[in-house]
Design a binder for this molecule. Structure first.
Ligand code: FE2
Ligand code: FE2
Length: 235
């Protein structure tokens, strides 16, 4: 593989290692927050286990990124991503929906897309191990949402889904041409990197087929989120 492809693979795995580490801390914090207001919920225990999974994933991703010559930088902070206008319990729900129902669900699709391609054995092992856990992490989000929806009106989330989505995607996802040639696309996939066009395709399909219908089951109107998506796809 040439230097440019090696660099892209290294950066992609280093980025993933950071995302995993962020998820570890977020899940640990959310676990404590939920047990304070809902001590009978199974969710805090599941989130604690998820935090341990993310710790392991971060290590696996860091090892791979190093194997491509890319070291991992230091820890960043653990920002609460919910808007300040929300009460504490609503803020937790916002974070759980953003981190689990959206991000983890998207992650499962990304991993499945990568695993459908021909992947180098060491990369495949890591992808499989992570994919197995992320499926569970997505379900934790839906379980918490179901629990909250049974007690409170959760329709306020509808207006916030666009900002969750904006926080999930990197700026270039909907802009920029698909720069990769077919050969480069195959090579990136082999090293566990989703090329630009596939990334956008996978993101959109997952929203339309899994995330939006999932939210609508809890009477969270997905129209603002669909509008957000339509605006980006036409730009
Ligand atoms: Fe993970
Ligand atoms: Fe996860």
């Amino acid at each position: 593989m040439n230097d440019e492809m090696r660099r892209r693979a290294g950066e992609a795995w280093a980025f993933r290692a950071r995302v995993e580490r962020d998820a570890e801390r977020r899940f640990a914090r959310l676990s404590a927050a939920i047990s304070a207001f809902d001590p009978d919920s199974p969710v805090p225990g599941l989130l604690r286990r998820a935090a341990e999974d993310e710790h392991r994933h971060a290590g696996l991703c860091a090892e791979l990124s190093l194997s491509y010559g890319q070291p991992i930088d230091g820890l960043t902070d653990d920002p609460m991503i919910a808007p300040r206008s929300l009460g504490p319990r609503q803020a937790v729900l916002y974070e759980v929906v953003a981190a689990c129902c959206i991000t983890e669900t998207e992650s499962v699709s990304t991993l499945a897309t990568l695993l459908a391609a021909e992947v180098e054995p060491p990369v495949e092992r890591v992808l499989r191990e992570i994919a197995r856990d992320e499926v569970v992490h997505g379900r934790i989000g839906w379980a918490h949402l179901a629990r909250e929806a049974a007690l409170h009106d959760v329709s306020f989330l509808s207006a916030w889904i666009p900002s969750m989505l904006s926080g999930t995607v990197d700026d270039g996802l909907f802009s920029g041409a698909d720069a990769e040639s077919e050969t480069e696309t195959d090579e990136l996939l082999r090293h566990g990197v989703l090329p630009h066009s596939r990334k956008r395709e996978t993101f959109v399909r997952t929203l339309e087929e899994v995330v939006f219908p999932g939210l609508e089951k809890f009477d969270i109107d997905a129209a603002p989120a669909r509008g957000w998506l339509a605006a980006r796809r036409s730009s």
